[in-house]
Design a protein around this ligand. Structure first.
Ligand code: GLU
Length: 308
C-alpha cells in the first residue's frame, strides 16, 4: 500500500456520535501539541463508520470541528470521513489471510478465558470450520471476517507506557453487517494519511499491538503511540454526558468561554495558561520535556459536579 511521503503527521480521530466532552478536548489538545512540537502535520479524521449512531447524532461532526477551532486548534489538509473511503479498506484486505466467523459476542465471551472484560482476545473458534460447516452457518447468520494472525507476538511503542507487547488475536477486519471494523479502518487511514504519531485515550492502549501488527502486515511502519489519561468524574467514572456541563456548548452556556475551557485543559496537563495553543507551543519551545510528563497518561478528575 502506498503511503504519504510527507514529514509525518499526528492526528485526532473523533467518532461523530456525540459532542466532544472535556476528555475528548483534552486528548485533542495533547495530540495537537505533540504533533506541532515535533514539527509534524496535524490531521483531523471523522471516524463515522457506525452509520446508525452517526445518523442518530445529526450536526455533531460540524460541532466537533467548530469546538476544536474554538479552543484554538488548527489542522492540515481536508477533514477526512471514513465513510467515504470504503474502497481503500476493501483494497487493503485483498492480500490478507483470514476466515469467516459466525460467533456471537456472547459465544466469544463464554469461550474466552481472558481475565478482563471488554476487548477479549478471540479464541479462534471459527478458524478451522470446514467449507460445509461454513455453508450451513451462512444460512442463519452473516459472517464477520477475521484476519489470521497465527499467534504472532507484536510490540508497539508508546510515549508514556514504553514498549508494550501482546499476542495478536484473530481480530475482526469486516463486521457481519458489511462495515469495515475499527481496527482495519484506523490502520489503513493512518498509513494512507502518513500518520506517524497516534495520540488517543488510554483505553485504546491494548489495541496498539494489533494495529502495529496489521500496519506491518500491510507493508507500513507502525506509528509511535501516545495514550493519554482519560478524564473521569468525581466518583472516578469515565466522564459522560450525565455528569453535567462537560461539552464546550454546555460550558459556554454556564458562563465559561472557550479560552477558559482551554485554560482548564492547560491546568489539567500541568501546563501554563497561554493566550492560545499556538502561544503555549511557543512557551514550551526548548522545554519539550513537559510534553512527556508521565502525569499526562494519568486520569484527570474533571471539576464538574458529580451527578446526584
Ligand atoms: N474514533 C475513536 C474514538 O473516538 C478513536 C480511535 C483512535 O484514535 O484510534 O474513540
Amino acid at each position: 500500500m502506498s503511503t504519504s511521503s510527507r514529514r509525518g503527521a499526528g492526528r485526532f480521530a473523533p467518532s461523530p456520535t456525540s459532542d466532544l466532552h472535556l476528555g475528548n478536548l483534552r486528548t485533542a489538545l495533547l495530540a495537537w501539541l505533540f504533533a506541532r512540537a515535533d514539527g509534524l502535520d496535524f490531521i483531523v479524521r471523522l471516524e463515522d463508520l457506525d452509520r446508525a449512531r452517526v445518523a442518530a447524532a445529526p450536526g455533531v461532526a460540524d460541532r466537533q470541528l467548530r469546538d476544536l477551532e474554538a479552543i484554538g486548534l488548527d489542522w492540515d489538509g481536508p477533514v477526512v470521513r471514513q465513510s467515504e473511503r470504503l474502497d481503500l479498506y476493501r483494497d487493503a484486505t485483498a492480500g490478507l489471510d483470514g476466515y469467516e466467523c459466525f460467533c456471537t459476542r456472547r459465544e466469544i465471551a463464554e469461550a474466552s478465558s481472558a481475565p478482563h472484560a471488554g476487548r477479549r482476545p478471540y479464541p479462534g473458534t471459527c478458524a478451522n470450520l470446514s467449507e460445509e460447516e461454513r455453508r450451513v452457518r451462512r444460512r442463519t447468520r452473516p459472517p464477520a471476517f477475521r484476519v489470521w494472525a497465527g499467534g504472532a507476538v507484536q510490540q508497539a511503542w508508546d510515549r508514556f507506557a514504553g514498549t508494550v507487547s501482546a499476542e495478536v488475536d484473530d481480530f475482526v477486519l469486516w463486521r457481519n453487517d458489511g462495515a469495515p471494523a475499527y481496527n482495519l479502518a484506523v490502520v489503513v487511514d493512518d498509513m494512507v494519511q502518513g500518520v506517524t504519531q497516534v495520540t488517543r485515550g488510554a483505553d485504546l492502549l491494548d489495541s496498539a499491538p494489533r494495529q502495529a501488527w496489521l500496519t506491518e502486515r500491510l507493508g507500513g511502519r507502525a506509528p509511535q503511540y501516545a495514550h493519554v489519561g482519560l478524564v473521569v468524574n468525581a466518583r472516578g467514572e469515565r466522564l459522560a454526558k450525565r455528569d453535567g456541563a462537560v461539552t464546550l456548548t454546555e460550558l459556554e452556556a454556564s458562563g465559561m468561554d472557550a479560552r477558559r475551557v482551554f485554560w482548564l485543559l492547560c491546568d489539567s496537563c500541568g501546563l501554563p495558561r497561554a493566550e492560545s495553543p499556538r502561544a503555549l507551543l511557543g512557551m514550551l519551545a526548548g522545554d519539550a520535556g513537559r510534553l512527556t510528563d508521565p502525569a499526562l497518561a494519568q486520569q484527570w478528575v474533571a471539576p464538574v459536579p458529580a451527578a446526584p
